[in-house]
Ligand binder design. Structure first.
Ligand code: PLP
Length: 397
């Protein structure tokens, strides 16, 4: 082939989520968007907070086009980075500086850069199933090898024995995503403490650094006051990959950051490797206008009440009909056991009722589907009779 085979393979086969999302758009054009129950993609339906549009309007009044639309430093505008480090320090009692922060085009870029910066070819990265499917793409692009650690299927917390067994002297990175996509589970403080203890023991045993990546686009989307432990407070060798895509409902604006823990032994080296990886991947100068917005709105939060309402309606109805799922504490996904062994076939049957859900085989757990409930509440309500019919169809067959 006269092009890069791997790039061709990835481009010609979309992710399963994107595939269903594209089908949903096509189907909506045929029968009307109101008749398609598209739960495929995590596109927030809640409006960004008013402070965001007010800030944009205010910024647009300035004549300083370089401030709004020009290049910033490769790692991001100093003021935006300082606002981020101050916010982290205030909320989590840390001592980061602007020079621990690298502004990015969302969590996808944060992850791709961090993995490229930390992994040497052939080194292993442990991910906890179920996991965001793009991890595999980013890890393999960095020359790393994906090692999947299985969950406790009763509650989808981490199986600590399995995790311990998956670490060896070739492990370089571990990724934790909590609140989790696709399960909605928030890992408990106890689980996090045990994971970090195991990592410290293993670092000692093998005499090497094992980095922990906290992938946190859903940190702010939690319900009923659930605590999401901040990993830098439990493990020095932590890098946080953050995004404002979900916390401010701005996924199309592509803005996020990487934060390197200042207490890491080689924090400066890691930061420079991140700058280098950003350069290697062409991810420099995150969008300037949105860096300015973040500088002013770093602590603004979206209203999570509509998501909580959707979760409650959907979880209560589906479990009443007989579906099995773990009650999610955060994010906006419901992880439901398919009504047959093959989740792909189950999704096809759901699709016949214009319910679009995603099979989770690529997330590392077979036999489950993901329902993204970040849609208007009336869509959830109108979908319920179809979920009921689908359940009854299986009871009859
Ligand atoms: N990590 C997880 C767990 C996600 O669910 C997503 C997006 O859905 C991302 C990273 C990528 O986020 P972004 O859109 O900010 O690149």
């Amino acid at each position: 082939m006269e092009i890069n085979e791997n790039a061709y393979r990835l481009g010609s086969k979309r992710s399963v989520i994107r595939e269903i999302f594209e089908y949903g758009k096509k189907r909506s054009a045929e029968i009307g968007v109101e008749n398609v129950f598209d739960f495929s993609i995590g596109n927030p339906s809640v409006q960004p907070p008013k402070e965001i549009s007010d800030t944009i309007k205010e910024l647009l009044k300035t004549e300083d086009s370089v401030l709004l639309h020009g290049y910033t430093s490769a790692q991001g505008d100093f003021g935006a980075r300082k606002a981020v480090s101050d916010s982290i320090n205030n909320r989590f009692g840390l001592s980061l500086t602007a020079d621990n922060i690298y502004m990015t085009c969302g969590a996808a870029a944060s992850l791709a850069i961090s993995l490229k910066a930390m992994l040497n070819p052939g080194e292993e990265c442990v991910v906890f199933a179920p996991f965001f499917t793009e991890y595999r793409v980013f890890i393999e692009n960095a020359g790393g090898k994906v090692v999947v650690s299985k969950p406790n299927e009763s509650d989808f917390q981490i199986d600590l024995n399995d995790f311990k067994a998956k670490i060896n002297d070739n492990t370089r990175v571990v990724i934790i995503n909590s609140p989790n996509n696709p399960s909605g589970v928030v890992y408990t403080e106890n689980t996090i403490k045990r994971v970090c203890e195991i990592l410290k023991e293993k670092e000692k045993e093998y005499g090497k650094t094992i980095y922990l990546i906290a992938d946190e686009p859903y940190r702010e989307l939690v319900y009923d006051g659930v605590n999401v432990p901040y990993l830098m407070n439990y493990y020095d060798d932590t890098v946080v990959c953050y995004s404002f895509s979900k916390s401010l409902s701005l996924p199309g604006e592509r803005i996020g950051y990487i934060a390197v823990n200042s207490t890491m032994n080689n924090a400066q080296e890691v930061y420079l490797a991140i700058c280098g990886a950003g350069r290697l991947l062409g991810y420099i100068c995150a969008p300037s206008l949105f860096q300015q917005v973040i500088k002013r709105c770093v602590d603004v939060k979206v209203n999570v009440e509509p998501y909580k309402k959707n979760r409650d309606i959907l979880y209560n109805a589906l479990t009443e009909y007989g579906y099995e799922c773990v009650k999610p504490d955060g994010a906006f996904y419901l992880f439901v056991k398919a009504l047959e062994k093959d989740a792909v076939k189950f999704c096809e049957k759901a699709r016949c009722k214009d319910i679009l859900v995603v099979p989770c085989d690529d997330f590392g757990v077979d036999g489950y589907v993901r329902i993204a409930y970040c849609v208007p509440t009336d869509k959830i309500e109108r979908s319920l009779p179809r979920f009921k019919e689908l359940f009854e169809q299986y009871c009859l067959s």
